[in-house]
Design a protein around this ligand. Sequence first.
Ligand SMILES: [Zn+2]
Length: 63
Amino acid sequence: MYCNICGNSKENISIFNLKICKSCLGEIENLNIEDANYDYYKNLMRIFLGYYVNTPLILNSVN
Ligand SMILES: [Zn+2]
């Protein structure tokens, strides 16, 4: 299994339905607003959350 961000195939962990390697996770954790990659990772996290939010909801209908 490969990291969904950089394609690295080692030391990956799963977050929701995505795979991310420790290298990318460390970059995200150490990110600050001045970082040129901030918008890039911010968008990635939005995608992560999108995957999470888009998991099917089971609604109970009231009869
Ligand atoms: Zn990676």
